[in-house]
Write a protein that binds this ligand. Structure first.
Ligand SMILES: [Zn+2]
Length: 255
């Protein structure tokens, strides 16, 4: 059975990702249940697992309701703020989903929250709010160094991975990235593509990790043009990637 990965739009800007084979379905970060229940019902799918990346309500708010009709494995970090998780995992653990013949690895990616994790296999990265297309999550609970380290871990994965992010923020992210790197041709091309997609109200995801490495300023804190831009923004900016990250993140927060 071929696998399908579909976005279920929910709340203001969230995408709840559904991975299914026309029979079984795993759901990533259900911030809301109604849209997911409609999706499962319309496609006659049986829920077989939940994968949760972090504790924010717009990622787990629908989990209890989805579990009320029958328990399924719920994979996520060990965090008391996520009582739904019945299979807590850490970096290096495996997440098998036998119904779909899938087996994910786990990376701990603190920064957006202290216990954020991402899931990946040989095709896909389920990135939650750590990595967005052409952007990254805000730092609510972590330090710039932690987020830089988390993004470095992701950057070492296969560049051909398809990245499934949890929000439609790409157009805003492109505007910021162009302020950082106005002469980045691949970024300019991505920004034009995103503008066209959004004008037609279409999704800009998934994205390819290799494209993010070429366009996403938060994955490019070692690039001379990005460093120069951060130093123009803040002449006190240090030379380390986390220093550059700090300036970029603060700049983006007020952009
Ligand atoms: Zn979040």
């Amino acid at each position: 059975m071929p696998l399908h990965i579909e976005a279920i739009p929910a709340l203001e800007t969230n995408y709840i990702w559904a991975v299914h084979d026309d029979e079984h379905c795993l759901i990533v970060d259900p911030g809301s249940s109604a849209e997911v229940l409609d999706f499962l019902h319309q496609r006659k799918l049986a829920l077989c697992a939940l994968l949760l990346t972090h504790h924010h309500h717009d990622h787990i708010g629908g989990a209890d309701d989805l579990l009320s009709s029958g328990p399924v494995p719920v994979w996520g970090p060990a965090d008391p703020r996520m009582p739904q998780v019945n299979h807590p995992v850490r970096e290096g653990d495996r997440v098998p989903v036998p119904e779909l013949d899938l087996d994910f690895g786990v990376l701990e990616t603190p920064g957006h929250t202290s216990s954020h994790i991402v899931f990946h296999d040989e095709r896909s990265l389920l990135a939650g709010d750590t990595l967005f297309s052409v952007g990254c999550g805000r730092l609510f609970e972590g330090t710039p160094q932690q987020m830089q380290d988390s993004l470095d871990k992701i950057a070492r994965l296969d560049p051909d991975l398809q990245v499934y992010c949890a929000h439609e923020y790409t157009a805003d992210n492109c505007r910021f990235a162009l302020a950082v790197e106005p002469d980045n041709n691949e970024l300019r091309q991505r920004a034009r593509e995103v503008e066209r997609l959004r004008a037609e109200d279409r999704i800009t995801l998934p994205t390819r990790l290799g494209e993010e490495l070429a366009t996403n300023p938060f994955l490019r804190t070692r690039e001379p043009e990005v460093i120069a831009s951060a130093r123009r923004r803040d002449p006190d900016c240090g030379e380390q990637p986390a220093d550059v990250f700090t300036v970029l993140r603060r700049w983006k927060d007020g952009f």
